[in-house]
Design a protein around this ligand. Structure first.
Ligand code: HEM
Ligand SMILES: CC(=O)ONC(=O)c1ccccc1O
Length: 551
């Protein structure tokens, strides 16, 4: 039998079977030694002794407002801290990528095969006694029962830190540029570019990009309705748009991502980024009357990319982390550090980011109530109410909480699919992932959930705390004090997120300079971008409420 099935090697040690009933742990470069890589080296012992635990750090960062107000106002202190946020988070991610979904050991495929999602932990070997290796039952719980008991929303649970529905659609819109499962080929395949590449605005490839461009003054195609600029109808463009229900021709718009016609919130972001691109092209053309369409377009794309990353770090993650420390987007903090400007999207990051509970069951837009059903495949709601009213309404509406029993009925099939994918791809246990991200494994169901009833339900399903599945663990984990979700989602999500953002080419020394963005004006746009400006500079009305947090 495969003695590596019990995961005997600790602290990143690699298990190697030796014949049929022996194994050894390779502790090379782990700073640990011993049969199971369980003994820290002297220097590691000191570091571990000095290092505060993730929950201590979290409590420090979400508390002590007076302290952080001082730190936030002293540039060198804010930069000192932010540099550590980048390096501590990014260093946890393997770069180059090490594993893929088809081998339980390191391969060259894992590095060269870009059509796979990468894996942070390899799949559980096929020959192991249970789906989780040795822990738990030989059969995992029935997915329909799991969904019924753990995911179905009976009553909407609002996100307690005041996260808004504007945030929810930003999360979906932004992450769909790099979470692109090629479902026809299988859950381990993806058709994206493994990073923040703006394909959700400009189209999945050069062919679609050329369909979406006007080839005049660098701009994207658009049409004007009710004195506002909107994306063109797809009958005039011809990109591939996919709808979850049939759509009328006058509601089939040509957008950067095939899924974005399904939800007005996604259509809203597609529209505002199109407007911003065209606005920036006007600014650039005034600054560089000698530039042709191609240069205006390429520079516009670079400026929007810079603006996106700034908004994500300084407003989106700020809301997510709920830190009193003011996060900063500053690529120069990594100059001179050992840092690889390359990123590979991990399957586990995709699964972790299934935040469907963020969705309310209905939306109040300018006083009119729409159920999810009214909302689906109905982008014209945004045109009817106008962009200003639409963004104002989403900013004032509470998002759902990412926790148990809070998946709306239109997203139950998605979570069923997700659970199936996790099993097909043999994801290791939630506790193995906690250890991989420097978190102590939970010792009991009670410790995982902080809730007696839920602990009992999970115990009946899994039998052993070390057999709880990845996504189930993320969602059932007790919420951290003053946080939007459990400890593991942050401690795993943040490394993937910050690595993915800071490894972007524009953050590298050769790109990160004013000339890349068309000179001082473009550089200024990138360095002062905010969500508020993104909307208000592209509206004729007075600026509405634009916020990731319900005022
Ligand atoms: C009512 C709103 C929503 C509906 C109806 C919806 C529906 C779907 C569907 C049908 C899929 C494809 C499932 C599959 O192919 O296996 C999907 C995937 C996904 N959804 Fe949602 N979704 C919604 C909101 C959200 C939100 C707010 C987020 C926030 C982050 C989100 C994140 C994701 C992610 C990361 C994927 C995987 C994408 C991929 O790998 O291709 N979704 N969703
Ligand atoms: C300080 C920090 O990076 O926080 N990030 C997160 O919490 C985080 C969690 C999940 C997904 C993306 C994220 O960015």
């Amino acid at each position: 039998e495969n003695l590596c099935c019990s995961y005997p090697c600790q602290n990143g040690g690699v298990c190697l079977t030796k014949g049929f009933n022996d194994y050894e742990c390779d502790c090379t470069n782990t700073d640990f030694y011993g049969k199971h890589c369980e003994v820290p080296s002297f220097s590691k012992r000191i570091k571990l002794w000095l290092k505060p635990s993730p929950s201590t750090l979290h409590n420090l960062l979400v508390g002590n407002k007076w302290f952080w107000n001082i730190v936030n106002s002293i540039p060198f202190m804010r930069k000192f801290i932010m540099k550590r946020v980048y390096t501590i988070r990014a260093d946890i991610i393997d770069s180059p990528p090490t594993y893929d979904n088809e081998h339980s050991y390191i391969t060259l495929d894992a590095n060269y095969n870009l059509s796979f999602f990468t894996r942070t932990l390899p799949p559980v070997p096929i020959e192991c006694p249970t789906p989780m290796g040795v822990a738990g039952k030989t059969k995992l719980p029935d997915i329909d029962e799991l969904v019924q008991k753990l995911f179905v929303r009976e009553k909407f649970k609002p996100e307690l830190r005041g996260t808004s529905a504007l945030f929810s659609f930003f999360a979906q819109h932004f992450t769909h540029q790099f979470f692109k499962t090629d479902i026809k080929r299988g859950p381990q395949y993806q058709w994206g570019g493994h990073g923040v590449d703006m394909t959700h605005v400009y189209g999945k490839d050069k062919h679609d990009e050329h369909l979406l461009r006007s080839f005049k003054d660098g701009k994207l195609k658009f049409q004007t309705i009710n004195n506002e600029d909107w994306p063109p109808l797809n009958k005039d463009v011809g990109v591939e748009m996919k709808y979850i229900m049939p759509v009328k021709e006058d509601s089939n718009f040509a957008l950067g991502h095939s899924f974005f016609g399904n939800l007005p919130g996604l259509f809203m972001y597609a529209t505002i980024w199109m407007r911003e691109h065209n606005r920036v092209c006007d600014v650039m053309k005034k600054e560089h009357p000698d530039w042709d369409d191609e240069r205006l377009f390429q520079t516009g794309k670079l400026i929007l990319l810079g603006a996106t990353i700034r908004i994500v770090v300084e407003e989106y993650i700020q809301q997510l982390s709920n830190y009193n420390f003011k996060l900063l987007f500053d690529p120069t903090l990594l100059f001179g550090e050992p840092f690889q400007y390359q990123n590979r999207v991990a399957l586990e990051f995709n699964h972790l980011y299934h935040w469907h509970p963020l969705m309310p069951d209905d939306f109040n837009i300018g006083g009119t109530n729409y159920t999810i059903k009214d909302f689906l495949v109905n982008p014209r709601i945004v045109i009817k109410h106008g962009m200003a009213t639409f963004v104002d309404s989403l900013s004032k509406q509470n998002a759902g909480s990412i926790t148990v029993k809070n998946h709306g009925k239109y997203t139950l099939n998605v979570v069923k699919e997700l659970m199936k994918h996790g099993r097909t791809l043999r994801l290791q246990s939630f506790n193995n992932y906690r250890k991989r991200f420097n978190l102590p494994p939970h010792k009991s169901f009670q410790e995982l959930t902080g809730n007696k009833k839920l602990a009992k339900v999970l115990e009946n399903f899994y039998g052993d705390i070390d057999a709880v599945e990845f996504y189930v663990g993320l969602i059932t984990e007790k919420r951290r004090p003053k946080a939007v979700f459990g400890e593991a989602i942050v401690e795993m999500g943040a490394p993937y997120s910050l690595k993915g953002l800071m490894a972007n080419p524009i953050c590298s020394p050769k790109y990160w300079k004013p000339s890349t963005f068309g000179g001082e004006i473009g550089w200024e746009i990138v360095n002062t971008a905010t969500l508020q400006k993104l909307f208000c500079q592209n509206l004729k009305e007075d600026c509405p409420i634009v916020s990731f947090k319900v005022p």
